[in-house]
Write a protein that binds this ligand. Structure first.
Ligand SMILES: Cc1cc2nc3c(=O)[nH]c(=O)nc-3n(C[C@H](O)[C@H](O)[C@H](O)COP(=O)(O)OP(=O)(O)OC[C@H]3O[C@@H](n4cnc5c(N)ncnc54)[C@H](O)[C@@H]3O)c2cc1C
Ligand code: SF4
Length: 321
């Protein structure tokens, strides 16, 4: 690890001012950033600790939703009574990630901005367009069993690792930063020809909070994740869903997929197919097909398509019960 300096910001303005330095990075729980520094993937010269800022609370908004401070720890958020009651998909997604000890440290802001687990990205002896622009993408022809089937480009086929972000994508969450507010689904990017940029955030832009809008039927929501091990393992495919059924018909639905793309994948085509359709297994399967038709599997990851289809159908069937 190369030497670096550490500063603890007292407030958001102070944090932003400190992070204006070109080689500065914000430090949340450090559970991803510090690992990447040990590997030589990230080499900040200054870490600006933002875990002591006042953004450490979950509060009700005037509109009837919830505001989640960027410094709220993943464990605290998953256990929060209002989150469990109104947005169980958020609790389930957080609890499906990492381990108890990691969740005690990991923050809301850091979780959203954690970086891909593509093996080549984490190995500085290998080329990787995300780590070193224009060096190549060995995953295209190499190890890509767990990488993207949707939205990838010839420059990068990585997936986004956060479970939490998938739940937030389904719920139309809004991210508030030191400069602007934007829908969560617009925070993360598809790789295009600039895979080194995971998100639309600019250097030194601080995530301050995440807002969950009111969504009464999200009380009936869930997150289901397929992974290679029962814990400490990232999603192969995951589904975040909320379903509103009235008289046997889908009145409304929210659906997002994880483990399939460079960003949490909001399944808008499936949602369109479902609204007004009978809440039956065949509707759920047709909706999954409508979404997955646009998938382009790589040589070794076509198995993700039937997996995603079955997971969508199972999750919606459970919610419709
Ligand atoms: C063994 C292991 C297994 C894991 N399994 C899973 C899993 O299954 N699912 C899952 O979702 N996650 C998993 N994780 C990842 C874990 O959830 C993340 O490491 C964690 O959420 C990152 O949060 P943090 O606060 O520690 O971020 P940090 O490591 O501190 O920061 C991550 C990034 O966010 C930036 N950042 C932090 N806060 C802010 C802010 N307020 N504004 C702007 N930028 C900010 C940092 O500069 C850095 O670039 C796993 C991690 C490990 C080590
Ligand atoms: S998939 Fe993306 S992160 Fe992985 S090697 Fe290719 S460019 Fe790098």
């Amino acid at each position: 690890m190369i030497p670096f300096r550490y500063e603890r910001a007292e407030d958001a303005d102070g944090a932003v001012a400190l992070a204006a330095e070109p080689a500065a990075k914000f430090l949340g729980g450090g559970t991803n950033l510090v690992d990447l520094m040990r590997l030589g993937v990230e080499m900040p010269e200054l870490l600006v600790d933002v875990t002591r800022l006042a953004h450490d609370r979950v509060e009700e908004t005037a509109a009837g939703g919830l505001s989640i401070g960027a410094a709220v720890r993943n464990s605290d958020l998953a256990a929060h009574p209002l989150v469990r009651e109104r947005y169980p998909v958020v609790s389930a997604a957080l609890l499906a990630g990492a381990s108890g000890q990691l969740r005690n440290l990991a923050t809301t802001g850091g979780n959203l901005l954690q970086r891909t687990r593509c093996l080549y990205f984490q190995d500085v002896t290998k080329p990787c367009n995300k780590r070193e622009p224009r060096s190549g993408c060995p995953a295209r022809e190499g190890e890509h069993r767990n990488l993207a089937v949707l939205g990838w480009s010839e420059h990068c086929v990585a997936t986004h690792p956060s479970d939490f972000a998938v739940a937030l994508a389904a719920l139309d969450a809004v991210v508030h930063t030191s400069r602007r507010s934007l829908p969560l689904v617009e925070l993360h990017r598809l790789p295009g020809d600039e895979p080194s940029r995971d998100t639309v955030l600019e250097h030194g832009e601080l995530v301050v909070s995440v807002e969950l809008p009111p969504l009464p039927f999200a009380r009936r929501s869930h997150y289901v994740k397929v992974r290679e091990r029962a814990s400490f393992s990232f999603a192969v495919v995951s589904v975040a869903a909320a379903l509103d059924v009235a008289d046997g018909v889908v009145a409304d639905v929210r659906l997002a997929l994880g483990g399939v793309a460079h960003k949490p994948w909001r399944a808008t085509l499936a949602e369109e197919a479902l609204r007004g359709a009978p809440a039956t297994e065949s509707s759920f399967a047709a909706a999954a097909d409508a979404e997955l038709e646009q998938a382009r599997p790589l040589r070794d990851n076509a198995y993700k398509l039937p997996l995603a289809r079955n997971l969508i159908v199972d999750t919606l069937r459970e919610l419709a019960r």
